[in-house]
Design a protein around this ligand. Structure first.
Ligand code: HGY
Ligand code: MN
Ligand code: MN
Length: 428
C-alpha cells in the first residue's frame, strides 16, 4: 500500500517512521559518553566520540548505505540514485556534543536521516538522485575553539585553521591526524557544488518558540552569524597578602571586567537589532587562592542574525579589551578564531519544506536559528535549509535537553516528504 502510494507521488502518504526504533537508537548513542563529565558528553576527539561513530557507521550500513569516512573525518553514507548522472541530495547533521550536553542536538538529524533511509528502502522506494547521509565531524567548538570542522572541510574553509593550538600546544592539524583524519589531503574532502542538488538538515530548535506557539515543525529562515575570539590577559603574579590592592596587575579581575563589559554591550540592541554575547570559558594561572592571578584567557562569543549588530559588537569588544588593558596595566591580546556571517536559508528549499509540512497536515512556523549549524557552511556550496522540531522548555546544551519521540519522528516524516519532493522536482 505504502509503496503504491509513494509511486503515485503523494507526499502526504509517505510511510510512517518507526518512532520507537529511532528513539531507542538515540538513547543507545547517548550512552556512549564520557563518564567523568556531566550529562551526555561526547566531545570531538574523545574516545567515546570515536566509538560512537563506529556505532553510527554500523547503523548506516544496516540501513543499506555505502559508508566511507573522508579525509576530514566526516562519516558519509551513500544511497545510489536510479538515474545516472544526477546531483546528490545531502541530509545529516553531527553527533558530537558540548561538555555536559544533551541527547538530541545533532543526533536527531543524523539518526533521523538514517531512519529516513530505512523507511525509503522498506517502502521499496528508490530516489532518482543519489542520497548522501552525513555525520559531520565535530560541529561544536572544540578545545581549539573552532566549531563545524567537517562542514568547514567540505566547503574549503578548514585549512586556514589547522595551526590553531590548544592549551597543551597541540595543533588542530595534529589532533585531526591523531583522530585518523588526513588534514594534508583536505582538497579531496571538498564537495563539488555542481554535484549537489541541495542540503537539508533536521535539528532540534534549542529555543522555545515552537513549544510556546504549540507548533510541531519549524522552517528556518536564517542562521545567525557567530563570531568567536580568544582573549589573553597578562598581568603579574604576586603574593595575595603582601601586594596592596592599588599595586596589583590582576589578570582575572581584568577578565571579569571584560565579561561584564561584553554582557553590557550585547544587551544593547540599537535600532531594535538584537544580538547575544557570552563568555563560556575562562582559564586562570597560576590558579592558587593566595596568588594574584598573573594570566587569564577567555573565549568570547557574539551572535546575531544581523551583520550590523555583529560589526558593532565586535568593535565594542575590541575597544573594551583595550580599555581594560590600559586601565589595569595588563597586556591584552585579542584573536578572532572564527567569524561566520549570518546565512539565509535557500528560499526554494524553504518553500519545499513548507509545502511538505502542509501536505502532512501539520502546522508550522518560520523562525531564525540562534544556534550555529553545519548547514551554514554547506550553504556556501549549494542550496541549504533546515527543519526544526521543538525543544522542551527551550533547553539545550544541557543534560535536560529533550524532544518527545513523536516530535522527532514527525520531523523525519517531514524531512522525508521534502526529500521526495526535491527528488521529483530535480531543481529548486
Ligand atoms: O553552538 C551552537 O550554536 C551549536 O549548537 N553548535
Ligand atoms: Mn550544539
Ligand atoms: Mn547542533
Amino acid at each position: 500500500m505504502a509503496r503504491a502510494l509513494l509511486r503515485s507521488g503523494l507526499v502526504s502518504e509517505t510511510p510512517r517512521v518507526d518512532e520507537e526504533r529511532l528513539f531507542s537508537q538515540l538513547m543507545e548513542l547517548a550512552e556512549v559518553r564520557e563518564p567523568e563529565q556531566p550529562g551526555w558528553t561526547r566531545r570531538t576527539f574523545s574516545e567515546p566520540y570515536r566509538r560512537s561513530r563506529q556505532l553510527v557507521r554500523e547503523l548506516m550500513e544496516e540501513a543499506g548505505l555505502g559508508v566511507q569516512v573522508d579525509v576530514a573525518g566526516n562519516l558519509l553514507g551513500r544511497l545510489p540514485g536510479a538515474q545516472a548522472g544526477l546531483p546528490q541530495i545531502a541530509i545529516g547533521s553531527h553527533t558530537d556534543t558540548v561538555a555536559g550536553g544533551g541527547r538530541f542536538d545533532g543526533m536527531a538529524g543524523v539518526l533521523g536521516a538514517i531512519e529516513l533511509v530505512r523507511v525509503l528502502r522498506a517502502a521499496g522506494q528508490g530516489l532518482r538522485h543519489p542520497l548522501l547521509v552525513v555525520d559531520f565531524l565535530g560541529e561544536e567548538p572544540n578545545r581549539f575553539g573552532l566549531s563545524c570542522l567537517g562542514s568547514r572541510a567540505v566547503s574549503g574553509a578548514l585549512e586556514p585553521h589547522l595551526g590553531l593550538r590548544d592549551g597543551a600546544g597541540e595543533t588542530l592539524g595534529e589532533a585531526l591526524s591523531a583522530f585518523g583524519a588526513r588534514p594534508r589531503e583536505l582538497g579531496s574532502a571538498l564537495w563539488e557544488p555542481d554535484r549537489l542538488l541541495g542540503y537539508l538538515e533536521l535539528h532540534i530548535e534549542q529555543g522555545r518558540r515552537l513549544e510556546e506557539a504549540g507548533v510541531p515543525l519549524g522552517v528556518v529562515t536564517a542562521i545567525c552569524g557567530v563570531e568567536r575570539a580568544e582573549v589573553r590577559l597578562t598581568g603579574r603574579a604576586d603574593h595575595a597578602g603582601t601586594t596592596p590592592m592599588g599595586r596589583r596587575r590582576d589578570a582575572l579581575a581584568g577578565a571579569a571586567e571584560l565579561v561584564l563589559g561584553l554582557e553590557r554591550l550585547a544587551a544593547e540592541a540599537p535600532g531594535g537589532v538584537p544580538g547575544v554575547g557570552t563568555v563560556g570559558r575562562l582559564e586562570v594561572l597560576p590558579g592558587a587562592s593566595n596568588v594574584v592571578p598573573g594570566w587569564s584567557r577567555l573565549w568570547a562569543e557574539l551572535r546575531s542574525p544581523e551583520p550590523s549588530w555583529l560589526e558593532r559588537a565586535a568593535a565594542g569588544l575590541e575597544a573594551e579589551a583595550r580599555r581594560v588593558g590600559a586601565e589595569r596595566e595588563l597586556e591584552v591580546e585579542l584573536e578572532w578564531i572564527s567569524r561566520e556571517a549570518p546565512v539565509r536559508c535557500h528560499e526554494g528549499l524553504r518553500r519545499l519544506l513548507r509545502d511538505a509540512i502542509s501536505e502532512l497536515g501539520q502546522s508550522q512556523l518560520e523562525l531564525e536559528s540562534w544556534a550555529g549549524h553545519d548547514a551554514a557552511l554547506v550553504a556556501r556550496l549549494c542550496p541549504a535549509a533546515m527543519l526544526f522540531v521543538p525543544s522542551r522548555g527551550g533547553r539545550s546544551h544541557c543534560p535536560e535537553e529533550w524532544t518527545e519521540p513523536a516530535q522527532v519522528a514527525l520531523g523525519v516524516e517531514a524531512l522525508l516528504a521534502a526529500v521526495l519532493a526535491l527528488d521529483r522536482a530535480g531543481e529548486v
